[in-house]
Design a protein around this ligand. Structure first.
Ligand code: M7G
Length: 326
């Protein structure tokens, strides 16, 4: 019997030669993280709906002082093709309650069917701890002038290291995970699975295209000069995704973040049916809209007002408050 396309796609996502745990550990900073030795300092954020918890942990060094880590634990989506095995191979089925035709159970599974996706940032900086801490948000409306006077000096003075981006571009990390590359230094990019995606199912597909060209910090730096690069990312990125994962361009949400966390231009590709973190209207800018705006006006992103949310303790919010802009 012919395999349904969705099962095939899922199997391909799972089998993708780049998705195994070992290959994800390669590159600078590789090595197994001593998870069992970590002491939990604080729960930064948790979500019962998303089945995720963000922890601030510390790993004790020989001298006795702890090094900070962020550990993110996330229960993974079901994989359709594993369901039969899951029902058959369960280790225990414990009745919780029964009433007439209704009953609920605790179902216990063997470890290989019970994965928890674990993301570690280690050593983590104070900025990482703040990034994941749940906090009240405020909307900022940043004019082109605000960007030049407030935001740009701020991001030049302090923003996350983008060493991991250079490691990908220079093939020093995640080289075996690259899905597609256009090597052109000005108009080329690398397409790679995002840290957030375990590649086991396409329902939560998430890839990023990272441009080779250095120095384009964000949406604010884009002009018509970058249209060839943006169009390559859009067209070639979609072609590579349909070829590898069977998801067509019309089923993809392709966008840039403003503000991003990492100031080296990159574009997010997520499954349209997936509510990816950061795909909200105050952060995601569709690549197709960005291209359209730049075709109409090369200076669009230097002039327009951009709205985004900042967390209560973000130093950039303080800068906007000091300038009387909030
Ligand atoms: P962003 O808009 O700058 O920031 O996107 P965000 O993290 O607040 O969304 C950067 C994207 O790169 C995010 O989707 C991250 O999950 C992803 N990412 C971050 N790091 C450190 C890595 C990494 O080391 N490898 C890969 N493949 N993706 C990463």
């Amino acid at each position: 019997m012919a395999e349904p396309p969705s099962a095939k796609r899922k199997r391909e996502a799972k089998d993708g030669e780049n998705g195994d745990a070992e290959s994800q550990g390669e590159g600078p900073g590789a090595g197994t993280f001593p998870l069992a030795e970590i002491s939990v300092r604080k729960v930064l954020r948790e979500s019962a709906r998303d089945k995720t918890i963000f922890l601030h942990g510390q790993v004790n060094s020989a001298s006795g002082d702890g090094t900070d880590a962020v550990v993110i634990l996330e229960k993974t989506p079901f994989q359709e093709e594993n369901i039969a095995e899951l029902l058959k191979k369960h280790t225990k089925l414990q009745l919780q309650m029964s009433n007439d035709i209704y009953s609920t159970y605790h179902l216990y599974l063997p470890p290989e069917l019970n994965e928890i996706k674990t993301t570690v940032v280690y050593p983590a900086t104070e900025k990482h701890l703040q990034k994941y801490l749940r906090q009240e948000l405020s909307l900022i409306q940043e004019t082109g002038e605000d960007y030049k006077k407030i935001t740009l000096p701020f991001i030049e003075s302090q923003s996350f290291s983008i060493q991991w981006v250079y490691n990908i571009l220079e093939k020093k990390a995640e080289a075996d995970r690259i899905i597609y590359e256009n090597p052109d230094p000005a108009h080329g990019f690398v397409l790679i699975p995002d840290l957030k995606w375990n590649q086991k199912q396409v329902d939560d597909l998430y890839l990023i295209a990272i441009c080779h060209c250095r120095g384009i910090k964000s949406l604010r730096d884009l002009t018509a000069e970058h249209l060839p690069l943006l169009k390559n990312i859009s067209r070639e990125g979609k072609e590579a995704i349909v070829k590898r994962f069977g998801i067509g361009g019309a089923q993809l949400r392709v966008y840039l973040h403003y503000q991003p966390s990492y100031y080296h231009l990159h574009v997010h590709f997520t499954a349209l049916g997936y509510d990816a973190p950061g795909c909200t209207v105050e952060r995601a800018h569709l690549l197709s809209d960005v291209i359209d705006h730049l075709e109409r006006d090369s200076q669009y992103y230097q002039k327009c007002t951009l709205t985004f949310a900042l967390r209560a303790d973000e130093p950039l919010l303080k800068k906007f408050q000091e300038a009387g802009r909030v």
